[in-house]
Design a binder for this molecule. Structure first.
Ligand SMILES: Cc1cc2nc3c(=O)[nH]c(=O)nc-3n(C[C@H](O)[C@H](O)[C@H](O)COP(=O)(O)OP(=O)(O)OC[C@H]3O[C@@H](n4cnc5c(N)ncnc54)[C@H](O)[C@@H]3O)c2cc1C
Length: 473
């Protein structure tokens, strides 16, 4: 039995004796890890290597009962709490220093009901876990673009990807959720039961409780889709982006095209002389008939003179993991993000200028296209409020060594500032770093006050504070 020195919710240090810790351990079906235990370092390591925090206790939950026990223990001892789903969030709130980490990553079950077109997903499942299960039946729901991301965190912030123009945000496809609230109770939230809580968890970013089961609506997708990449050199960026901004206005909801601007990785379909040079990549996925997809994507090839293209019919699951090699865990990541409703000539000039000073081969700026159905849902239907966002722009600073931090962070901040005049002022909560507390109001936007009321009702002492935090009203 090892005693534990912990941080409480007010940042003070407290000591729990070994018996108290062992009493919690004895109540769990999963395991309890302390700093000297095997597996501790693995459990506290998350996607962004910039985050290096040491919880005093990690509860590795394997079921709802473990989550309830951990929440009750944290509340009774007034502990600082972190909640980990897939561990991908850039801000690193999945881990805490000195507190109790509630680790859901072992709860990975995905059950599909192909007749009712529903998926029941536990909070440790990744996008890849869910896509593999749903695609076995030719079904899917909108998720993000990197298969190792957690379904839980992505959903609670809104969630968007290749299917969002056709089927809405991830939260628009959430039918029901099981939630363990700060008082340790398990409640169901859907349009009929606890409807206000259901509204809040669809964009409230994990502030209101721990979701232990997500029930999603599914749609027929693929299983093969027409998708791929078209690569243009930097000197054609202005024309390509201008044509792109015009093209997306009249585009079908079946088609989604993102822009990724970076130094070209050594992709086999690119001539060697392009490797390492700045490029503008159009990444396209058509969620309908593959033949129609080919026709819909064809105009993108005439925006300029591409230096390479890799387009074709492939399994949807393959496309969903196409960007994984560029987004592996273990690198240092610092992001800044803007929401944009359009892409003007001045905005294009500003972004192209930033590409001339990329500080590392892994840094990139992308425009994630949303719009379509996601923008036709009424603004107050869910807590996710940025229905007018056409482009979620992410300045993705990424490098390997701590010694590169200063230069990389400076470039990211500068690129962000240069785009501020063209942005809405809103930001996608899931793309925010830990230091952006001054943007929390902008992230929740017009939903903020209603969320504060919900926070007071469901978590008045702010037990769930390690997130883009909503202070109780
Ligand atoms: C490489 C990469 C690509 C991405 N691409 C996209 C994309 O295409 N589209 C998109 O929408 N987003 C994208 N994101 C952002 C992503 O949605 C967020 O990082 C999200 O928070 C990840 O969820 P997670 O469960 O993996 O993270 P975690 O770090 O485990 O969790 C994030 C936060 O959510 C809360 N949380 C987690 N699980 C629960 C739960 N069960 N109950 C209550 N609260 C919980 C906690 O506060 C936690 O701090 C991307 C992120 C990365 C790193």
């Amino acid at each position: 039995m090892a005693q534990a020195t912990l941080t409480n919710g007010r940042g003070q240090r407290i000591t729990l004796d070994g018996t108290t810790v062992d009493q919690l351990r004895a109540k769990l079906r999963g395991s309890l890890l302390q700093p000297d235990d095997p597996g501790y370092d693995e459990a506290r390591t998350i996607w962004n290597a910039m985050i290096d925090r040491r919880p005093a206790i990690i509860v590795r939950c394997v079921g709802v009962a473990d989550v309830v026990q951990a929440v009750n223990f944290a509340r009774e001892h007034d502990l600082l709490v972190a909640v980990r789903g897939g561990g991908h969030n850039i801000a690193g709130n999945a881990v805490c220093d000195g507190g109790l980490m509630i680790d859901l990553s072992a709860m990975k079950s995905v059950r599909v009901d192909p007749v009712a077109r529903r998926a029941f997903v536990e909070p440790g499942a990744t996008l890849g876990d869910m896509d593999r299960e749903t695609q076995a039946f030719g079904l899917a729901t909108p998720l993000g673009i990197n298969s190792t991301t957690g379904v839980a965190g992505l959903t609670l912030g809104g969630g968007f990807g290749w299917l969002s123009r056709k089927h809405g945000m991830t939260v628009d496809n959430l039918v029901s959720a099981d939630v363990v609230t700060a008082d340790g109770k398990l409640v169901r939230a859907n349009e009929k039961e606890n409807a206000e809580l259901f509204w809040g968890i669809r964009g409230g970013g994990g502030n209101l409780g721990i979701v232990t089961m997500f029930e999603f609506q599914l749609h027929p997708v693929g299983p093969e889709v027409f998708s791929g990449l078209i690569v243009y050199p930097l000197d054609q960026a202005k024309t390509v982006l201008t044509r792109y901004a015009e093209f997306v206005k009249g585009m079908s909801d079946d088609l989604c095209v993102w822009v990724v601007m970076r130094k070209a990785p050594p992709l086999p379909f690119l001539p060697q002389e392009v490797h390492g040079k700045e490029v503008v990549v159009l990444a396209a996925c058509h969620a309908g008939d593959p033949g129609e997809g080919q026709r819909a994507v064809a105009p993108l090839l005439s925006f300029g003179k591409p230096v390479g293209q890799h387009l074709g019919v492939q399994p949807y699951t393959a496309w969903q993991s196409a960007f994984d090699p560029l987004l592996t865990p273990g690198a240092r990541n610092y992001w800044k993000s803007h929401n944009l409703t359009n892409l003007t000539g001045a905005a294009i000039d500003a972004v192209v200028q930033q590409l001339t000073s990329l500080p590392s081969p892994q840094c990139e700026i992308f425009f994630g296209l949303i719009g379509g159905k996601a923008s036709r849902i009424p603004r107050d239907a869910t807590a996710y409020a940025h229905r007018d966002t056409l482009f979620a722009m992410n300045i993705h600073g990424r490098w390997e060594q701590a010694s590169e931090d200063e230069r990389g962070i400076a470039w990211t901040r500068h690129a962000f500032q240069s785009m501020t005049p063209y942005a809405t002022g809103g930001v996608y909560v899931n793309f925010m770093t830990q230091e952006e507390t001054d943007r929390v109001g902008a992230a929740y936007g017009p939903s903020y006050e209603r969320l504060r009321g919900l926070k007071r009702r469901y978590d008045p002492t702010n037990l769930f504070r390690l997130n883009q935090n909503i202070a109780p009203a």
